[in-house]
Design a protein around this ligand. Structure first.
Ligand SMILES: [Zn+2]
Ligand SMILES: [Zn+2]
Length: 350
């Protein structure tokens, strides 16, 4: 019996994932046609300097919107000029693509991905730096004394049509707790929307803040730098709480986007570590909500560490982590369980 117990322990997994990420389920019914933003970019594949592509000005607008190009009257046409080539190369370098200066398939594919609406421009961005987290101009943060509590509330009028408010609240509570676990900032839901620090709402198209949403996919959401507190999500998306029940191929994970946008509201700009929560793009049906070392170091530079958090728990080998806090903690606890079980066996046998 001891032998079989020992065998069982040997095959005991060293790590249970903190949460499982369901595989994409069955796609949308074939009869459903969904028009998604940026999908017509495919026609520009293989465009390079010197070529003239009808409609490439649309791509120039995209590059301008996200901080890679300043479009002027003389550069706004469909010419693939030197300035646009430079912008493409800059985009490729930042996003971790092969730098060719051409609109190759990988670059177009990245541009087609849904992403955050916040610009990738950052004054502290240094492509050669070891760390990749970034801040907004002036490195703003919530200026009150630490530790502190920030309040949040949901717009009484602008919420997701396909979700219950109670479910949205659960998702945001979890998203806020990821950040409060690593910094001495707590979050609590306020009764009054008007007086809350962080104001959350779902909006369609132009909603009077100069950052219009664009329909299905494309831009998913945006969060404003401190101490604005605005956190807006595109009401046109199919927001998902659980991909098991939400089958749409264009479904977007609400918790992943909420966690990312809270990072902006706290003062983080985009990171170009692909695995980080603060990376600007997120695929449909992808989950990415566990803070990585890059996210944690970035936010702790602004607010300091939560005294209960020890970054060592993430392990030294995790600077380019594929694992989040939860899975690391589970890994450590499962190793301890194994060690204790072994000691117990030795004690019984002896
Ligand atoms: Zn963002
Ligand atoms: Zn907005």
């Amino acid at each position: 019996m001891f032998f079989s117990f020992f065998l069982l322990l040997l095959f005991y997994p060293t790590c249970f994932p903190a949460r499982t990420t369901p595989l994409p389920n069955s796609p949308e019914p074939a009869t459903t046609t969904i028009s998604t933003t940026n999908h017509n970019f495919d026609k520009f594949i293989d465009a390079r300097k010197g070529s003239h592509f009808s409609g490439i000005s649309e791509l120039k607008e995209y590059m301008q919107r996200f901080g890679y190009l300043q479009v002027t009257n003389t550069t706004s046409g469909d010419e693939f000029d030197e300035r646009f080539e430079f912008a493409v190369a800059k985009y490729q370098k930042k996003l971790g693509l092969t730098v060719t200066g051409k609109l190759d398939a990988g670059t177009i594919s990245q541009m087609t991905l849904p992403r955050c609406g916040v610009s990738d421009t950052s004054p502290t961005s240094n492509l050669h730096a070891v760390r990749h987290y970034n801040y907004f101009t002036g490195k703003p943060r919530w200026s009150r004394a630490i530790p502190t509590t920030l309040t949040y509330a949901f717009s009484p009028n602008c919420m997701a049509s396909n979700l219950n408010l109670s479910d949205i609240k659960i998702v945001f509570r979890r998203a806020f707790s990821r950040w409060s676990a690593v910094i001495p900032v707590n979050f609590t839901e306020a009764e009054s929307y008007g007086f809350s620090d962080i104001k959350i709402g779902f909006y369609s198209g132009d909603h009077d803040d100069g950052q219009p949403f664009d329909g299905v996919l494309g831009v998913l959401a945006h969060g404003f730098s401190p101490e604005s507190g605005k956190l807006h999500l595109d009401a046109a998306e199919t927001w998902a709480l659980d991909f098991g029940s939400e089958k749409s191929r264009v479904a977007v994970d609400l918790e992943s986007v909420a966690t990312h946008e809270i990072g902006h509201v706290l003062g983080l700009a985009h990171s170009f570590v692909k695995e980080s929560v603060m990376y600007p793009s997120l695929k449909p049906r992808e989950k990415k909500m566990d803070l990585k070392v890059d996210d944690i170091e970035g936010i702790q530079q602004l607010y300091g560490s939560n005294p209960n958090f020890n970054i060592e728990a993430l392990s030294q080998s995790d600077t380019s982590s594929n694992h989040g806090i939860d899975s690391k903690i589970e890994l450590r606890s499962s190793r301890w369980s194994f060690a204790i079980a072994m000691l117990l066996i030795l004690f019984i046998v002896c």
